[in-house]
Design a binder for this molecule. Structure first.
Ligand code: 5AD
Ligand code: SF4
Length: 428
């Protein structure tokens, strides 16, 4: 979501003549687009901002802006503690960026703080702008979240859920496809409830964009298991462009912890959704998010998470130590588990996950798969790289005259934790 917001910022500033500078040293404007989901991200922002202060002392005309979720939540603190910052801007105010830069550079306004949620209660009107899009792109289709899981800061930093109208998204998709995009990932904090305030739905959107000829692949993230409806599962049977990939954050395998997290589903209900998705699309790859060391998590609770991971066999799992966030109810809970115990659990879980993922990838050797070519491999430019339907990177030597954005058939020759290698099959 933040990467997509950063792309939007770049595109909003391009008409003013700004282009991306690889180094902050010679930049006229430095925007620090922050994430506040865990404490570590916030701490990184402060240390980075102090480095910028040194650069600003050499180049006093440099404008420094703090944007994103930390800016939304900590606007007063940033202004007080980082007086060299010129601009503080929340995630809902990206479209005001050109105005803010103009004010600061030409109108001699000293400081701008703009961190307000938009006032429209139902829909979110915007368009996707990208500078030089490649074969893959993100499109944000909704923002905010209504769930208030007890650990999560998102409803406070991104506000209540609002979705874009399907007609606007379809226009965005057509426009991006005309610029060469072939593989689109739709983004939302809780994408399953897309359109709930305007009587539209995610499965309706998928059917509409599936009809766009130039579009070859549809992906989406991220889903709340409690909102995962049968209509969406059926799309995996009926829409071949919908990729065999599902990010389904479970957070914990223990019902007691799930209750305390205010997740509103049980382990059994979660497993029921996994089963239904596997029935609809047998080669589907699951990924997930896990929080280790939630307040009150016992060794037994942790074992439940470990066993759930063995049961699902995730292709990928993003696992985090619980981080108390300002304004959330879990931050106030009593937490007796020592840090070293939590860290030990995280390590055990990550080791187990790595061996599951590696085995899943090695087992794909010999399979024929379709890869969408994304470009030369960063590590070895004699190779091309792309992704399979499951979203895993695949590297291969091109033997045919192929182009970026083409879908080509390959045979998998080796598998590792992070990627596959393959040889192209003859194109008919
Ligand atoms: N502590 C640790 N992890 C968190 N996440 C969200 N809030 C916290 C927190 N306070 C994780 C969840 C979520 C992912 C995006 O970040 O697993 O799914
Ligand atoms: Fe946060 Fe996701 Fe829960 Fe919403 S559903 S509060 S974004 S963890």
């Amino acid at each position: 979501m933040n990467a997509s917001d950063s792309d939007r910022m770049k595109a909003t500033l391009a008409p003013l003549g700004f282009e991306e500078s690889k180094q902050p040293d010679n930049a006229d404007v430095v925007l620090v687009n922050t994430c506040s989901i865990r404490e570590k991200a916030e701490a990184k922002m402060s240390s980075f901002a102090y480095d910028l202060k040194k650069l600003k002392s050499k180049n006093p005309n440099m404008l420094i802006g703090i944007t994103g979720c930390v800016a939304q939540q900590e606007k007063e603190k940033i202004i007080q503690e980082l007086p060299f910052v010129d601009l503080v801007m929340g995630p809902d105010n990206i479209d005001d960026l050109p105005w803010a830069i103009e004010e600061l550079t030409h109108k001699h306004t000293k400081k701008i703080i703009k961190a307000e949620f938009d006032t429209e209660p139902r829909v979110w009107k915007t368009t996707t702008k990208l500078v030089n899009p490649g074969p893959t792109a993100f499109i944000s289709i909704m923002k905010g979240c209504d769930h208030f899981c007890s650990y999560c800061v998102v409803p406070y930093t991104r506000g209540r859920e609002k979705s874009r109208p399907i007609a606007d998204i379809v226009d965005d998709v057509k426009h991006l496809c005309s610029q060469g995009v072939r593989d689109i990932t739709f983004l939302g904090q809780n994408i399953n409830t897309f359109g709930k305030r305007s009587d539209e739905s995610l499965h309706e959107l998928f059917h509409r964009v599936h009809d766009i000829d130039l579009l070859k692949r549809i992906r989406f993230t991220t889903s709340h298991p409690g909102d995962l409806k049968d209509e969406l599962i059926r799309c995996f049977e009926t829409l071949p462009k919908l990729c065999s990939q599902f990010h389904l954050p479970v957070q914990s395998g223990s019902d007691q912890v799930l209750r305390s997290m205010r997740r509103f589903y049980t382990r059994a209900q979660y497993m029921d959704r996994v089963k239904a998705l596997r029935q609809a699309r047998p080669d589907i790859a699951f990924s997930t998010d896990i929080i280790v060391g939630f307040p009150g998590e016992t060794e037994e609770d942790f074992e439940q998470t470990m066993s759930l991971m063995r049961e699902v066999k995730y292709d990928n799992a993003y696992s985090f130590l619980f981080s108390p966030r300002p304004g959330t109810s879990a931050a106030l809970r009593k937490d007796d588990t020592p840090e070293h115990v939590k860290l030990g659990r995280l390590q055990v879980l990550q080791t187990q996950q790595q061996s599951i993922a590696k085995a899943l990838h090695v087992a794909q050797v010999g399979q024929h798969q379709e890869i969408l070519i994304e470009g030369p491999s960063k590590k070895d430019p004699t190779k091309l790289t792309g992704r399979n339907s499951q979203g895993l990177s695949v590297h291969f030597t091109a033997q045919h005259n192929v182009n970026i954005g083409d879908l080509i058939p390959v045979e998998i020759t080796s598998g590792s934790l992070t990627h596959l290698t393959a040889k192209p099959l003859t194109l008919s």
